[in-house]
Write a protein that binds this ligand. Structure first.
Ligand code: B12
Ligand code: SF4
Ligand code: SF4
Length: 290
């Protein structure tokens, strides 16, 4: 069954697939607790610590985690007169793409009388940690999962199933700690203890609706998300650039709601709406005018 699932994934461009037992997950709970205690947890972090625990009653019907990685390309933010979306949002919405691809595995499991549930991003599970347990990578100081071949430019998709499948081996190593990510973070969001202050992270702030009392002087020409701590990481040197020339800020501001919805409906930025992106462009224009 394992070989068949890997084959289905590979046929759907999911070149990295891993498996682990739901009852045997290694978790560093102190990281969750510390993030909570320090007030570093942001409003996009849904659910409680218990909701992440696969050994709890809630998840008892599942035996195996299947994790997959969907790679994407880098964006070059070089033209300072243009604005850009983070690389993760520059193509088709990965929530839809990954769900469609994982559905093929789901269909196979169902045909063989197994139950399954698909998770892509919008859920209380710790997907990085599950992919880590499935042997798909190791943690970087930038708080992202790094795969030795893909770097960290990928999205993670998860399937939980009652099928019993042999586990893969965890990759036990550290990133080496060159500190380029820590030193280049514009808002100093990665701390000494390597816990991310999500409330300071530009990825969060550029998506957050209300920015009252927030310092926005470090907003740059990435108007959705932030790729800085990934782009400087040596593990991402070999990741290719996407053919993306950026957006003229005035053209974007002059677009009406209908045009925006038509143009961006299939991308990951659509959920935030034009108003938030317009606001980020205004902040960026103000910052470069200083
Ligand atoms: C909420 C959220 C955010 C929030 C808060 C993130 C945070 N870490 O606090 C914000 C909006 C800031 C954010 C930003 C980004 N995110 Co996000 N996010 C999530 C989400 C929905 C939940 C993450 C979460 O709250 N984890 C709980 C926290 C407390 O745990 P943790 O810090 O991750 O630590 C646990 C483990 O991961 C591990 N661990 C983590 N880091 C490290 C580091 C070391 C050194 C060690 C030892 C262990 C370790 O230990 C902990 C317990 O086991 C996940 C999807 C999901 N459901 O998992 C995506 C997810 C983590 N995000 C993702 C991405 C792509 C991003 C961005 C790159 C997007 C962008 N370009 O703007 C940035 C990167 C910011 C960064 N440097 O981490 C990907 C990660 C892919 C990858 N290669 O790792 C995910 C998995 C979504 C997906 N399905 O693809 N995100
Ligand atoms: S930039 Fe350096 S310290 Fe940061 S994750 Fe990459 S290798 Fe680790
Ligand atoms: S995504 Fe940007 S703001 Fe967030 S930790 Fe990385 S460099 Fe800092």
């Amino acid at each position: 069954m394992k070989e068949e699932i890997i084959k289905i994934c590979n046929e759907n461009d999911l070149i990295k697939v891993g498996f682990c037992n739901t009852k045997n997950i290694l978790v560093d709970y102190s990281r969750y607790e510390l993030q909570d205690k320090l007030g570093y947890r942001c409003s996009f972090q849904v659910g409680k610590i218990e909701d992440k625990d696969l050994s709890s009653e809630k998840y008892s019907i599942y035996n195996t985690v299947i994790a997959v990685l969907l790679p994407y390309k880098k964006v070059n933010f070089e033209d300072k007169d243009k604005v850009y979306f983070s690389a993760v949002a520059s193509g088709e919405d990965y929530h839809k793409t990954l769900t469609k691809k994982l559905q093929k595995v789901g269909d196979y499991l169902k045909k063989n009388n197994y139950i399954y549930k698909i998770f892509v991003d919008n859920n209380p599970l710790d997907e990085k940690n599950l992919a880590y347990n499935c042997g798909l990578g190791f943690f970087g100081k930038n708080n992202l999962l790094i795969n030795s071949e893909l770097g960290s430019y990928f999205n993670i998709g998860i399937i939980l199933t009652d099928a019993i499948i042999e586990s893969d081996r965890i990759v036990k190593r550290s990133c080496g700690g060159c500190n380029l990510c820590v030193n280049s973070c514009p808002s100093k969001a990665i701390n000494e203890n390597e816990i991310l202050n999500a409330n300071k992270c530009l990825s969060y702030l550029t998506q957050k609706k209300n920015l009252d009392n927030i310092d926005t002087s470090n907003f740059n020409n990435c108007i959705y998300g932030c790729d800085i701590c990934m782009s400087v990481c040596p593990y991402n040197k070999k990741v290719e650039y996407v053919n993306e020339n950026g957006i003229n800020p005035d053209d974007f501001l002059n677009m009406n709601e209908e045009e925006f919805n038509e143009k961006y409906k299939d991308t990951a930025v659509a959920w935030r709406g034009k108003e938030t992106l317009d606001r980020n462009i205004s902040i960026y224009l103000k910052n470069i005018d200083k």
